[in-house]
Design a protein around this ligand. Structure first.
Ligand code: NAD
Length: 383
């Protein structure tokens, strides 16, 4: 069966990314959200990413418009009735997912492929909510879905071979690097990564290591592209604790259980290891405190996660540079309008500044950089 039309249930962090992958790869896509407002927000996220790709010359304006034209929004699950593949990316709750699959079973064609993006639940248990478990698979994308190539194609207990192959082929056509695996807890990457990250957090307390030092150790000593504490902050402490609990519940291994430090942070609504540790800067600590970690709506949790990531980078930069006034935070675009750049943009500009400084051999605008900043960003050999 050829997949032409795709449905995505939930346009949160993962669903919006998956819908973007789908429309960019040429598939008519229906995105279903629980309210019009959340639907528009999901579409806004996709539009923002596509606009950025146009600005960077990776996509033409025509391609962006065509991709957006392939996306339709709905709040009614029944509008996914003629989709060949439906990918569910709703909250990580078994009862909710089973309810959605039971409804999808009722409204879609019998040969449609139904996929779940669950990270830690059993795909087989979700599939059992339908009358056609042979047409159900896991399609585990990684965050951010438009950027990370891997998709784990998860074969549930009763998945038929042609269902697995249809999901695999679609992922390839969508430009991804799929791999097949069985429906075991954590699938491939999380099975390995979650206990590893938990070990790193335990070492913080056992060896008396500061989170930033831990990140420094693992990036410089093990070649990780990002430190474990920064990675947990990016994932979200609550999400990581939830995934650890799920793995521990099914596998029962001690290393899978979330470390006490993270459970405490989750219970206190803290979402950011590095800024919590450095909570002498009260702004960092409050930005890492979610107003209501357990009851917050999907959209406010996503917004809060973005704020935490952004605040984490800002707080690290504040500690490096001393005061925000040392860092130029605004720029003018071609029309002369003044924009505030995000901390990542600022960081990139500073890195460019330091590399120019290292090639020209003399510090430019040196007065704007504090001493510790220059040391931090100076490549080896440049004093
Ligand atoms: N965030 C990640 O890093 C990541 C990575 C891989 C897989 N996943 C999985 O993807 C799924 C979605 O995670 P997310 O991070 O995008 O979450 P999110 O909180 O950003 O989005 C959740 C979505 O669920 C929808 N939703 C909430 N209540 C609902 C209801 N009653 N009925 C239907 N939909 C409802 C929300 O509107 C939203 O679209 C989860 O299963 C998660 O485990 C997440």
């Amino acid at each position: 069966m050829e997949i032409r039309k795709v449905g995505v249930v939930g346009l949160g962090t993962m669903g919006a990314g998956i819908a973007q992958v789908s429309v960019q790869s040429g598939f008519e896509t229906v995105g279903r959200e629980v309210s019009d407002e959340l639907g528009k927000r999901g579409r806004g996220t996709i539009e923002r990413y596509l606009n950025r790709a146009v600005e960077k010359g990776r996509l033409s304006a025509g391609e962006r418009d065509a991709a957006l034209g392939r996306l339709t929004l709905t709040t009614d699950l029944a509008d996914l009735g003629d989709c060949d593949l439906v990918i569910e990316a709703a909250l990580e709750e078994l009862d909710l997912k089973r309810e959605i699959f039971s409804e999808l079973d009722r409204i879609t064609r019998p040969d449609a492929v139904l996929a779940t993006n669950t990270s830690a639940l059993s795909v087989s248990e979700i599939a059992e909510a339908t009358e056609r478990p042979e047409r159900v698979v896991g399609m585990h994308f990684f965050n951010p879905a438009p950027v990370l190539p891997l998709v784990e194609i998860v074969r549930a207990r009763k998945s038929a071979d042609d269902t697995v192959e249809a999901a695999y082929e679609w992922a390839e056509r969508a430009g991804k690097k799929p791999v097949r695996c069985n429906d075991t807890p954590g699938f491939i990457v999380n099975r390995i990564l979650i206990p590893l990250l938990n070990d790193c957090v335990r070492v913080l307390d056992e060896a008396g290591v500061q989170p930033e030092e831990m990140d420094k150790a693992m990036t410089n000593g093990a070649g990780w592209p990002m430190g474990p504490c920064a990675l947990i902050d990016l994932i979200g402490v609550d999400v990581h604790v939830h995934a650890s609990d799920a793995l521990h519940g099914t596998l029962g291994e001690g290393r899978m259980a979330p470390p006490e430090r993270l459970v405490r942070m989750r219970d206190e609504g803290l979402a950011c290891i590095v800024a919590t540790e450095a909570s002498s800067t009260s702004r960092s600590a409050s930005a890492c405190r979610r107003p209501d970690a357990t009851l917050a709506s999907a959209s406010s949790r996503a917004t809060s996660r973005r704020a935490v990531r952004s605040e984490r980078v800002s707080s690290v930069m504040r500690r490096i540079f001393g005061a925000p006034s040392d860092v130029p935070l605004t720029h003018r675009d071609e029309s002369g309008a003044r924009h505030r750049t995000g901390p990542y943009g600022t960081l990139r500009r500073l890195q460019r500044f330091v590399s120019r400084r290292s090639t020209s051999g003399r510090p430019r605008e040196a007065a704007k950089l504090s001493e510790p900043a220059a040391k931090t960003f100076a490549p080896a050999g440049v004093s």
